[in-house]
Design a protein around this ligand. Structure first.
Ligand code: 0WE
Length: 258
């Protein structure tokens, strides 16, 4: 089994019990990691309460608000991490957002503002978090992000998110090249479609899931736990020679041509 005892892991992107980030947090916890959890704050504090109740069994030693569109929140979060932990071993980036209007219809109708928002939240945020994590990963580290096939091939309606994932995957390579000398590895997990809060808000996700069940070599979709297990592997010394890569956890779907 993978052993992450004494490792300090920051997990972003948990919204509810279907979040892929929740599957990752659970598997890192099972492997013995100490967890820090960030959540997207809202004005009523609903997300804080929800994510706090959900993650309480994992006994996170840090629980921090972090809206990546607010530079001050990131600075405050990393100051709290430095204060509490002094160093960081694992950073898990599970953040994406595009305006709903931009996930349907003509890609050519994407607005400047919609394009900027999708790329800022879904791609730039990895650069931003890696920049803040770098000085804390003085003993090396592992940075992991979530991506999707729609960043490499055209998936109907994924639209501007596909462009954002393409940028995210290139961010993985440039960050891996820069940070390798510090023994910080940077990798992406390309997950197949899973029913989550984000994907269920999108029309036709069930049809996509049925298509994967019909076509993928494993004849099923993947689970949050399977993505979590791959994240645990990428967090551990078992993957010490792997950096700058995108690992597909997709039941083999992406190898098929028909
Ligand atoms: O990356 C994603 C989802 C990203 C996402 C989802 C939403 C829905 C609600 C980003 N922003 C928003 N904004 C909202 O307002 N996936 C890989 C899941 C997904 O999303 C799709 C998919 C799949 C698969 C959108 C269109 C087509 C397929």
């Amino acid at each position: 089994m993978i052993n992450l005892t004494d490792k300090k892991a920051l997990v972003t992107g948990i919204a509810n019990n279907r979040s892929i980030a929740w599957g990752i947090a659970q598997q890192l916890h099972t492997a013995g990691a100490n967890l820090g959890i960030t959540y997207l704050p809202d004005d009523r504090g609903r997300m804080e309460k929800k994510v706090m109740e959900l993650t309480a069994p994992l006994q996170p030693s840090l629980f921090l608000p972090c809206n990546v569109q607010d530079e001050q929140q990131i600075k405050t979060a990393f100051a709290a991490i430095a204060e509490k932990w002094e160093q960081l071993d694992i950073l898990v980036h599970c953040l994406a957002f595009a305006n709903r209007d931009d996930l349907t219809g003509d890609f050519s109708a994407t607005s400047r503002e919609g394009f900027r928002t999708a790329l800022e939240v879904s791609a730039y945020s990895l650069v931003q978090l890696a920049h803040h994590a770098k000085p804390l990963m003085s003993k090396g580290g592992s940075i992991i992000t979530l991506t999707y096939l729609g960043g490499v091939r055209v998936v109907p309606n994924y639209n501007v998110m596909g462009v954002a994932k393409a940028a995210l995957e290139m961010n993985v390579r440039y960050l891996a090249a820069e940070l390798g000398v510090h023994n910080i590895r940077v990798n992406g997990i390309s997950a197949g479609p899973i029913r989550t809060l984000a994907s269920s808000a999108v029309g036709g996700i069930l049809d996509m899931i049925h298509h994967v069940e019909a076509v993928a070599p494993l004849k099923r979709t993947v689970t949050q736990t399977e993505v979590g297990n791959t994240a645990a592997f990428l967090s551990s010394e078992l993957s010490s020679g792997i950096t700058g890569q995108i690992i597909y956890v997709d039941s083999g779907y992406s190898i098929m041509g028909m």
